[in-house]
Unconditional design. Structure first.
Length: 179
């Protein structure tokens, strides 16, 4: 039932279905509503596992704002804690689970850059990655759980129950302005 509701929510957001794109390619934002199938998620995850693509499976323009749907799988909690300056993220846990930390102060924060440019600006906007977090709290997440992360909130997985696969809906305000 949750999966059907989630599918309807994705449809309602008007997200476009597409194969995963290379990191350097920004998926165009659509104004049409298109269903994103479980096969689309599987293709995106397969491409990501080969190191050839990000998990972006859909994007829509909402006024001047951009809304993306990504799918990610983590087998280790190897990504350092992060914070996004303007992007709000919503995680829906599809498989597995683990401990997820939020809040606190990001220590040794550095801008996330690739070749001198912000990493993945369409999805995560200006962001920072740190080495550790002071304070904050940790909760265990598992299949069906949802985590909503406003801008400037430190977050990241600290421990996994084997692996975790999750859908991320990202709201990037103002990204489409002037386009």
């Amino acid at each position: 039932m949750i999966t059907k509701k989630l599918g309807l929510a994705v449809l309602a957001l008007g997200l476009i279905s597409t194969a995963a794109r290379a990191q350097s390619t920004i998926l165009p934002a659509s104004t049409d509503a298109v269903f994103i199938s479980s096969d689309d998620f599987a293709k995106a995850l397969a491409a990501r596992a080969k190191g050839s693509a990000l998990g972006v499976v859909g994007a829509v323009r909402a006024g001047d704002d951009r809304v993306n749907v990504d799918v990610l799988r983590r087998d280790t909690p190897d990504e350092a804690p992060v914070t996004h300056d303007v992007v709000t993220e919503i995680y829906y846990i599809m498989e597995g689970g683990g401990d997820f930390a939020t809040g606190g102060t990001l220590l040794d924060a550095k801008p996330m850059m690739t070749n001198g440019k912000p990493t993945n600006p369409a999805s995560i906007g200006p962001s920072k990655k740190g080495t550790k977090v002071e304070g904050g709290s940790t909760r265990h997440v598992s299949v069906g759980d949802v985590v909503m992360i406003p801008p400037n909130v430190v977050h990241g997985f600290t421990k996994l129950d084997g692996h975790v696969t999750y859908m991320v809906v990202r709201f990037n305000p103002g990204y489409e302005k002037g386009k």
